[in-house]
Structures are given as C-alpha cells and as structure tokens.
Design a protein around this ligand. Sequence first.
Ligand code: SAM
Ligand code: SF4
Ligand code: SF4
Length: 338
Amino acid sequence: MTKPQVLDQLNRPLRDLRISVTDKCNFRCSYCMPAEIFGPDFQFLKKDQLLSFEELERLTKIFVDSLGVQKIRITGGEPLMRKDLDHLITKINAIKGVEDIAMTTNGSLLPKYAKPLKEAGLKRVSISLDSLKDEVFGKINGRGVTVQTVLDGIDAAADAGLQVKINMVVKKGMNEDEIIPMAKFFREKGHILRFIEFMDVGNTNQWKLDDVYSKKQIIEDINSVMPLEAIAPNYTGEVATRFRYVGSHDEIGVISSVSDAFCSSCNRARLSAEGKLYTCLFATNGHDIRSPLRSNLSDEELTELLQNLWNGRKDRYSEERGSVTRDRSKVEMSHIGG
Ligand code: SAM
Ligand code: SF4
Ligand code: SF4
C-alpha cells in the first residue's frame, strides 16, 4: 500500500511524530530545565490537561493513516514519569502502519520499566548521558544523580532486548573534555553515541553561540585519537550525521542543529503533552489539537485540520538562525521533548 503523503510549503512530507507524554522530569538539566526556573512552585500540567492514552491513540492513527507518519518517538519531560506508559506503547504498537516506536529518556527509571516496555512493543531507546564523571554529571542534571544510575538504565534496556543509542549534549565549558572518554566507553560497550550541539531551544537556558561546541570541533577531537570516516545516512531526513571508526563498523553520530542545519529534510512534528502540535522545535506557538479532539469532531474533520496544518508549514528556524527570528519567544524543550 502506498503511504499517504501530505507536503508542506517546502515540499517536505511528515514521517516522524514525537509525542511528549508529560512535562514533568526528575532531573533538572541546566540546558533544559534549569532548577532556578523549574523550582518547587513551578506549575506543571494537571492530569486533565494531558492528552489521555485513548486520545493519543486516536490521533496517532489519523497521523499514520492520513498524513503518512511511520515513526513514533515518545518523549517528555521524562516520559517514564507518566504512569502506565507501557499501556500507551501497546496501543500504538497495534496501529497498522507504525513501523518504529522509539523513546528518548534520561534512563533513570529504565531498570524498572525496560522489560514491560519492550514487551509492549517499544523497539528503541535513546538514553541521555552527558558525562562519565559523577561530579560533572550530578551538576548537569541538577539533582546529583550518579552516572551509575544511568548506566544501570542502559544495561537494563539492552538486557530487555531494546536497541540502545546514547545522546550526549556537548556544551563548551560544561563537558567538552568528556567527548573522548565517552566515545571510548560506548565504543567498547557497543552502543552508538550521538553528540548533540547545545541548542537555543526555549528561553530559559541562557544559550549563547559562544557556548556551542560545534560538530567540526567534536569530530576533530575524536579523529585525533581514533580516526573517523563519514558514512551515508540510513534514510532521508536522518538528523544525525554518521561516522565510523576507520577499519571497523563502530559508529557515532553528530546532531548539528546549530552549525549545520538540516531543515530542508525535516519531516518531524511534535505533539506536546497538553495536545499542542508544533511544526518546529523552535516554534513560538503550538496549534491546539486538544480542544477540537474534545469537541466531538469526527475523524474526517480532525484529519482535515491536521492536513491543513502540515500543508501550511514553512518552518526552517535553524537555517534562519541569527536573522530576525533570534529574539522571539520559543517553546521549552521539556514541553515538546527534542
Ligand atoms: N528526559 C528525556 C531525556 O533527557 O532524554 C527526554 C526529553 S529531553 C528534552 C530530549 C533530548 O533533548 C535529550 O537528549 C536532551 O539531552 C536534549 N536536550 C535538552 N535540552 C537541550 C539543548 N538545549 N540543546 C541540545 N539538546 C538538548
Ligand atoms: Fe529532564 Fe530530559 Fe530535560 Fe534533562 S533533558 S531536564 S532529563 S527533560
Ligand atoms: Fe525541523 Fe525546525 Fe529543526 Fe529546522 S529548526 S530541522 S524545521 S525542527
């Protein structure tokens, strides 16, 4: 069966839907949810503001059947803080046409949940870890969580049979000296490590261009110790540029949203936990889908609404960065999940 295809204003199809299931998190990473801002009085979403699993199932089905989505990524906040998440995975896994279900997580709760998630149909996890030193990592995550906590999560995921990748945000002055130790460690462990340039998502993380440690610098650092060669993308629209250690099949990736934008092949939409659809990671506003969803619209009417939204999409923030768009307000990363 041919895939439905709806193109945006720049001729990009929609293939990848990222669903944030909660805006809460048990970490306070300095580049994402700084503890000074996301403090004890911070108002997170209440239960009735969150899309229910049934609502998410209905929406996902429409996205797959009528807009051409093939891949689902569950994210947050910390997605594993949403109760009974495996029930949602079961529902999504039962939708015909979903080819891949992945999750991005800080890994801390995986020892408890990896097995039921795998059994429910989850295929892959990207686990975030920015340093192998407790002192550095505890400071970054803002809660003093140890490296071992995340390593236990990584092992639990691999033991459960999930495909594992590791995400490391690199920020100048924070952890660039951890690039090589992390590369060696995860090469040895057999997991693909992906370096992510520090991005200007949201308005709370004090982003400065000077703090970005670029893809070029990351590759130069590793290459000087373990020579690398570029490899082709697995598919069109892959966000990471891939490299392999010369003479082996061991791989790394770099996600270079700042120094080398990839908007022209961006086929991703993001649904926040409260049901707003964002057509770009750096959008100011999302489109409210929850109200129409809760006002007895038919599937056909919802389909038309979503198709029109994607059809009108013009976003290419990373390609325009530095021009007029720079100072406008942007949605927080913990709201839509990266
Ligand atoms: N809590 C989960 C986690 O940390 O993996 C999922 C949500 S988190 C917002 C998704 C990804 O975004 C993580 O890999 C995180 O490191 C990354 N991220 C958050 N803020 C970022 C920033 N300012 N620049 C680059 N990556 C960022
Ligand atoms: Fe939480 Fe993930 Fe943001 Fe860190 S990056 S604060 S773990 S949502
Ligand atoms: Fe996609 Fe927006 Fe990122 Fe460009 S800036 S790759 S359009 S999410």
